[in-house]
Write a protein that binds this ligand. Structure first.
Ligand code: 6R9
Length: 654
């Protein structure tokens, strides 16, 4: 994007603005000013208004042991109480909390009262097996009511859950059990995805058999399918036996606000995954406030976040945020392309979803699917219930944004492009739907109270229009507290000495629009390319490629080049068939010229390869490190076990 060019703004409709919880730019500015004037007072006010405390806090932000910050430290609370009991006490007991749709289309509903009973019963079962406050519990399940019950039950007794995505390998399960020193694993016999039954429990057995998991005393197995399942004596127990005879009443364990609610392992730029440790009080506060302000959640809304509980988005915007707001949410077991690529749209239509939150990669793949088969296009469904759309996970290219806005949102629904990370706990930079004029591809402005900035390598704040490193200047309540067992790595990764330990380093590049200060995320800092001294975001080039009518998806990485320092290598998925031979050559030239026209000749990919798809993790993130290896012509030595589609690597070898 040329920063001198004026941006095109899309305003939220007057109708939306009128009913929004945060309505109009003045309201947004007033909140920012309040936070500016009295930073801890601002968060303390919100924490008193939105979170139910057992013992009220008197301390707010404690910076005495920076960067190990504490929030509301002398307050006590329970996250599960905030999500369940308080809604039942407020008269919402018979309100539906979860509308669960299974892979095969079967629908189940649970009310708040029922969910509280299930969580309490399971929590009592965990206690009966000796699991207690502070113990780590690995949850390795697919999407379903029980996964949420398991997480909430851990929170209820003060055990620290660590959810491992159901698509991860036995080795990953083993590593996480080992690193966390977990005492129990909660899993299922099998999971159902795309019409297939995929075993889960065997991966736990294999993982434990790899060794280093001696801390595990219990493996609790939910019977999802009834498939054959090997149960190890004195260690393995069925979920239904754990809850049998247990009371549906369970006194919550009241914990200090800083008590770890969960660990969630996430990849760093190098090395083994790190166990991101989150707090209870500050985390819950941010989950609630972002539900209310970013998602404008109202009592009658049906909310649907398509993430998996294995990722942070599933934690904050499935397990905790919606329930803590007393909302009704859809939980979906399956995949967007089964039985066909109209599944999301059909579910929105059937359940009358009002707020829909998904990832750009899902959007792009559904654009492609609709192109191939118009019968599964969103315009074939009645999506008139939608009032708000959201995206998360990666930058969304303007073409996909526009399609989402027009074809899914009917030109009526604001889109919140929410930038945040596992480490940040909740939204950091995002439009507020009743406030912010939108610009496709920009996550716009910081959430009120979040002091985001763009700095150079020395930590000096840059003028708008200059690209640099995204940082956060003040600690915020939901931030990562530590890397489990590795405080040094925590400091090095997020509060590096380069910035005197004063700035949180997000690991992303960003640029602010010269006129508005809107943030655009240019990708991970390790994705910034420098070609002949020109600095470019891979995203910029991807966006240019995707703006070509034939391109469905593109990923760009750098590779070392003797002449220019780095050369641009693009991996492209076309809307039609994958071209070969002369057709491929012709298309390469056409796309190079197209990028040349869109950005400038300097941005033309030197190397351009076509695949039927891109290598993605099961959460849908493009595996850029793997693409970088392919671009360099290296043999791919890294672990590809988390890849959804390993076969396409051969097509992309160049
Ligand atoms: C929530 C989540 C974090 C990384 C982050 C950034 C990218 C997420 C984004 C976005 C541009 C957005 N990212 N949201 N980039 N615009 N709206 O995805 O957490 O899995 O930890 O990933 O994802 O690169 O640093 P996580």
């Amino acid at each position: 994007m040329s920063q001198s060019e004026a941006l095109t703004f899309i305003d939220p409709s007057a109708e939306f603005v009128k009913q929004a919880t945060i309505s109009g730019m003045d309201a947004y500015k007033a909140l920012c000013a309040e936070a500016e004037k009295d930073y801890s007072g601002f968060w303390a006010r919100l924490a008193r208004e939105h979170v139910s405390w057992k013992t009220p806090f008197t301390q707010v932000l404690d910076e005495s042991n920076a960067p190990f910050f504490k929030w509301f430290a002398d307050g006590t609370l329970n996250a599960s109480y905030n999500c369940l009991d308080r809604n039942v006490e407020a008269g919402l007991g018979d309100k539906v909390a979860i509308v669960f749709e299974a892979d095969d289309g079967e629908v189940k509903r649970v009310t708040y009262k029922q969910l509280l009973a299930q969580v309490s019963q399971f929590a009592n079962g965990l206690r009966a097996r000796g699991i207690k406050k502070g113990d780590r519990v690995v949850i390795y399940m697919s999407m379903g009511i029980e996964g949420i019950v398991a997480m909430q039950a851990c929170a209820r007794i003060g055990a620290i859950h660590s959810v491992v995505f159901g698509g991860f390998s036995s080795q990953s399960v083993r590593d996480r059990i080992n690193d966390a020193g977990a005492v129990a694993v909660i899993t299922a016999d099998e999971q159902c995805r795309g019409g297939k039954k995929i075993p889960l429990k065997p991966a736990v057995d294999e993982g434990i058999a790899l060794g280093g998991c001696e801390s595990i005393k219990n493996v609790i197995v939910f019977q999802r399918t009834g498939g054959t399942c090997n149960m190890v004596a004195d260690r393995d127990v069925w979920w239904h036996d754990v809850v049998a005879g247990q009371s549906e009443v369970c006194e919550p364990e009241w914990v200090g606000a800083e008590h770890p609610l969960f660990l969630l392992y996430t990849s760093g730029s190098t090395g083994k995954p790190k166990g991101v440790q989150h707090s209870t009080g500050g985390y819950l506060l941010h989950a609630i406030v972002t539900m209310k302000w970013t998602f404008d959640i109202k009592p009658d809304d049906l909310f649907w976040c398509t993430a998996d509980i294995g990722w942070v988005t599933g934690h904050t915007y499935i397990t905790y945020g919606p329930l803590a707001c007393g909302a009704t949410e859809v939980v979906f077991e399956g995949i967007p392309t089964y039985p066909d690529a109209g599944r999301f749209w059909k579910m929105i239509q059937d359940h009358k979803v009002n707020i829909f939150y998904t990832a750009p990669t899902a959007i792009r793949s559904l654009v492609k699917a609709a192109d191939v088969n118009p019968a599964v296009a969103p315009t074939q469904y009645d999506l008139s219930s939608l009032r708000l759309l959201g995206t998360v996970g990666e930058p969304i290219n303007p073409a996909a944004w526009q399609w989402y806005y027009d074809s899914v949102g009917g030109g009526r629904c604001p889109i919140v492009d929410t930038f945040w990370q596992t480490e940040t706990g909740g939204h950091m930079i995002t439009p507020l739907p009743g406030v912010t004029p939108m610009v496709p591809g920009s996550c716009t402005l910081p959430f009120p109270g979040i002091q985001a900035a763009v700095v150079d390598e020395t930590g000096t704040e840059l003028d708008w229009g200059k690209g640099g490193l995204l940082v956060v200047k003040r600690p915020w309540p939901a931030m990562i507290r530590n890397i489990w067992g590795d405080p040094e790595r925590f400091k090095k990764s997020y509060y590096p000495d380069d910035f005197n330990g004063k700035l949180y380093l997000a690991g992303d590049g960003s640029i602010r629009d010269v006129n508005t200060g809107y943030f655009t995320i240019t990708g991970r800092i390790d994705d910034v390319l420098n070609v002949s001294g020109h600095r470019m975001g891979t995203m910029e080039i991807e966006s240019a490629l995707v703006s070509h009518p034939m391109v469905a998806e593109a990923a760009v990485v750098g590779r070392p080049d003797d002449l220019t320092g780095e050369a641009i290598c693009a991996f492209v998925v076309l809307k039609g068939a994958r071209p070969t031979g002369d057709a491929a050559k012709k298309m390469i030239k056409e796309l190079q010229d197209h990028v040349g026209r869109e950005i400038g000749p300097i941005a033309k990919p030197k190397d351009l390869r076509f695949g039927e798809n891109l290598p993605k993790t099961r959460s849908g993130k493009i595996m850029r490190r793997l693409l970088r290896s392919l671009a360099k012509g290296e043999t791919v030595a890294q672990d590809t076990s988390t890849l959804e589609n390993p076969a396409i690597l051969d097509q992309l070898r160049g």
